[in-house]
Design a protein around this ligand. Structure first.
Ligand SMILES: Nc1ncnc2c1ncn2[C@@H]1O[C@H](COP(=O)(O)OP(=O)(O)OP(=O)(O)O)[C@@H](O)[C@H]1O
Length: 674
């Protein structure tokens, strides 16, 4: 049968079933073959005793007597068919299917597929799928049976039959992957992978088939991203960078760089020396010192005649990073300005004009920096500090404006490598893998409400030592859903400790007010900052040594780690207290994980496993790739392998060779590129 034939012409389909299949997106034989099972049943034949509660099993048996109907106490009609597995007695039980009473006669041989349970000493198989067979036939019955995601009107039985009938003929499918790739990575060829994905000959073969499809899926994805990137950023750089002397900058730095920082700076410099535009992601645990690295990139850009832009996720951060950059860059004659949303019009216009004329070297601001009508004189370096956000669109916006700047993306929180490789697959990845010297691990405690008074007493003693503290609450105002709020806790603390200077901060406040509070906290005019998660990302106040998180159960692990990262940013001993009244064992285990683990990448991985990629990244991301076979949680090795291969394919321009024809065509069909 031709793969492009319509499904209607498959044996046993016909117009009405074809319509149902079409509603599942299946038009052709090819579509049908690519309609993959959702899961599989293990149909290794079992006797009644071998069945497990709550798991589906396959039970070959013989009908022992005629079926009969029973009315339950809740007036439900059930049909029972007495059966035996040869040794024990049991029944097949059908709910609300009175016609099943006469479906079988004594002596019929059946295989019943369903969950088994023991009811008053007798085995019952509930609402089973069933198949009549002669004992010898059972050998032919698939041991590993596919379960498809279906629609009303189609049953598993019908679907299996249709697909089986297609698979009976030799499959003339085009192989997508080149023979050399199949051989090198020991992948199952497409035709047998298709057979085994539907009717696996063994569990091992099923795994091999799944691996093959995952490989294909990831390779195609990586190639598509790389080709898009080449279109987008593939401009050859003009190689105008001549000055790589960092001595003056480093001399002015109050500390020496860590090994991790040095390594990443080397990678940046090698990008700037190469003939391709830089697209690099910098990852690092909280407090690993990403900002200095970004400053160095901006320093080099300005030294070589370019302007730089630093985009940050919140206004609070734009002020903080603005101040840091001024401190690092002003002494070298580099002019830095912060562009804020609600600046007086005249000031803003002056900055915009100076930028366009090239009188400002580095501008810091939120993403509005590139969305608004901001024009540059000679933009050469864009640093974006991202909070799990795609930079692609922003980078695209810049390219559309006619700039082809080098791009450095800083990921504000550690993200597991599988996710980094996919959502940032258009970037090269650098990791700062060492922490500044003298950092101690932040002691972390999980406590319940009864400890609150003690925790706050401890806070008082920290402040007496000259340190500062954060209290993070999930809500802004008091409400009836029982969450601690910034306003309520702020008031309570002020009443209990009248001598402490308490400040509150949340997203609903005016920018001006936020600025003032944040500045007071930086300047140590505030001892305790009671805030929502606006302080979550990037806020850097080295003398803060305690963070208390109220209703800690409300936060994800990665977020808690990010919050904890607000303390322990100097050599002062720091503490994190997670307050939670939750009795849920799962929640407790999750919070306890924070006490044991301090490595952000490990925590992020755990968070990803617990919540899945969508939740981990926060709101459901548009454009987040959805893979059928590959797992963003587990398939790190496969991701790395396919990335290396994709690199090689692009580098050597293999897609234009005869051997890679299939791959090229699939890319064109699936992603409309190449
Ligand atoms: N090599 C270093 N030695 C000592 N201190 C350093 C070093 N590098 C950075 N710091 C300091 O460590 C603190 C954290 O640095 P930075 O704010 O750049 O971290 P980050 O990686 O951006 O952290 P986060 O992700 O939490 O925002 C800052 O106060 C910074 O001045």
């Amino acid at each position: 049968m031709n793969l492009l034939s319509e499904v209607q012409y498959i044996k046993g389909v016909g117009p009405s079933r074809a319509k149902l299949l079409r509603s599942l997106g299946i038009n052709t034989v090819m579509d049908l073959l690519h309609f993959f099972p959702r899961r599989y049943l293990d149909l290794t034949p079992l006797n009644f005793e071998q069945g497990h509660d709550d798991s589906v099993g396959a039970f070959p048996c013989i009908v022992a007597d005629y079926g009969y109907e029973v009315l339950t106490r809740s007036r439900m009609r059930i049909v029972k068919i007495p059966v035996t597995d040869g040794r024990r007695k049991g029944s097949a039980v059908f709910f609300n299917q009175p016609y099943m009473k006469d479906a079988f006669k004594p002596g019929d041989k059946l295989v019943l597929i369903g969950k088994i349970r023991k009811n008053y000493g007798e085995y019952e198989i509930l609402n089973p799928e069933w198949q009549k067979f002669e004992k010898t036939d059972y050998v032919d019955y698939a041991r590993i049976c596919p379960v498809y995601p279906l629609t009303k009107g189609l049953t598993q039985k019908i679907m299996r039959k249709i697909i089986k009938s297609v698979l009976q003929d030799p499959l003339e499918v085009d192989e997508v992957l080149p023979q050399s790739v199949l051989k090198e990575y020991r992948l199952m060829p497409k035709a047998s992978a298709l057979r085994n994905i539907h009717f696996p000959e063994s569990w091992e073969k099923l795994t091999k088939a799944q691996e093959r499809f995952a490989f294909e899926e990831l390779l195609l994805f990586q190639l598509a991203m790389m080709i898009t990137r080449r279109h987008l950023m593939g401009e050859k750089r003009k190689n105008t960078y001549k000055d790589f002397d960092l001595k003056p900058f480093l001399k002015n730095l109050p500390f020496s760089l860590t090994e991790g920082q040095k390594k990443v700076i080397k990678e940046i410099i090698s990008d700037l020396k190469s003939d391709r535009i830089m697209n690099r992601l910098i990852q690092g645990d909280v407090g690993s010192g990403k900002t200095v690295v970004a400053s160095i990139a901006l320093y080099l850009a300005v030294k070589n005649g370019y302007q730089g832009a630093f985009m940050v996720p919140t206004e609070i951060l734009s002020i903080q990073h603005g101040a840091t950059l001024k401190k690092f860059l002003n002494p070298h004659g580099i002019k830095v300005e912060v562009l804020k949303g609600d600046m007086p019009k005249a000031v803003k216009e002056q900055i915009l004009c100076d930028l366009e004329k090239g009188r400002i070297d580095v501008v810091v601001g939120t993403h509005a920096l590139i969305q608004e009508n901001v024009k540059f004189y000679r933009l050469g370096m864009v640093v974006t500090d991202e909070q799990h956000r795609f930079g692609v669109r922003q980078r695209e916006a810049l390219v559309k404006k006619g700039y082809y700047p080098d791009v450095l993306v800083m990921s504000a929180t550690p993200i597991p490598r599988t996710l980094a490789l996919t959502i940032y697959s258009d970037l090269d990845i650098s990791v700062i893998d060492t922490m500044p010297r003298g950092r101690q691990k932040v002691d972390t405690y999980v406590v319940d409400e009864s400890m609150r008074t003690r925790v706050y007493k401890f806070m008082e003693s920290e402040i007496k030592k000259g340190n500062q503290a954060y209290v993070v609450c999930p809500a802004v105002e008091e409400s009836d859903i029982g969450l601690s709020s910034v306003e309520e806790i702020g008031r309570e603390l002020q009443d209990t400790f009248p001598h402490l200077r308490i400040g509150i901060l949340h997203g609903k406040m005016k920018t001006e007010e936020k600025d003032r509070i944040m500045k007071d906290f930086y300047d140590k005019k505030i001892d305790v900052l009671v805030a929502t998660t606006v302080v979550e990302v990037g806020v850097d106040v080295p003398s803060a040594t305690l963070i208390v998180v109220e209703n800690a159960e409300r936060f994800g692990l990665a977020q808690l780690h990010q919050l904890r990262g607000r303390v322990g940013r100097s050599d002062l001993k720091s503490y994190c207290v997670l307050i939670s009244g939750s009795k849920d064992m799962g929640v407790k285990a999750r919070l306890n994980f924070m006490m044991k683990t301090h490595n952000g990448f490990e925590i992020a991985q755990k968070d990803l496993e617990l919540r899945g990629p969508g939740e981990f990244l926060g709101v459901k991301q548009h454009g987040m790739p959805e893979f059928k076979f590959a797992s963003l949680i587990k398939d790190l090795k496969l991701l790395e392998t396919t990335k290396t291969l994709a690199d090689e394919i692009i580098e050597k321009d293999l897609l234009s060779t005869h051997e890679y024809k299939g791959l090229k065509r699939t890319l064109e069909d699936k992603f409309k590129i190449v």
